[in-house]
Design a protein around this ligand. Sequence first.
Ligand code: CMP
Length: 140
Amino acid sequence: MSGNITFTMIKPDAVKNGHIGAILKHINDGGFKIIAMKYSKLSAEKAGEFYAVHKERPFYGELVEFMSSGPIVAAVLQKDNAVDDFRKLIGATNPSEAETGTIRALYATSIGKNAVHGSDSDENAQIEAHFHFSNTEMFV
Ligand code: CMP
């Protein structure tokens, strides 16, 4: 499975602003197959664990608080070259730098509240997918 999956979360800001359906349409239209999906809310502990790699960054506290502030949609997406293609579909981390038409350009409001997460490597895609889903919850 390595190399053809990525992990995404529709973040609390995009959920709150009613963008779940529109973002899923971008994902479908982009040629990604949804092989796992869950509507849930992260505890502060779980959000902290998920973003542990950013623990030393000045925005870590704000990131954990935001990611546990409301429901999210977590999903595993399958496509050839999934990680890179999904990062193109969502655009730059900072929405002011995101290309026109990308998910973040359309739906994000700031670098912190940036609508969606996308894995940054094949290795992290595997780790992140398994953080949220068991093997029996993924349908390849
Ligand atoms: P994401 O792709 O989920 O991975 C880490 C997140 O940290 C990133 O999206 C941003 O939402 C957040 N982030 C990165 N840089 C900053 C920053 N300078 N200030 C606040 N949040 C940030």
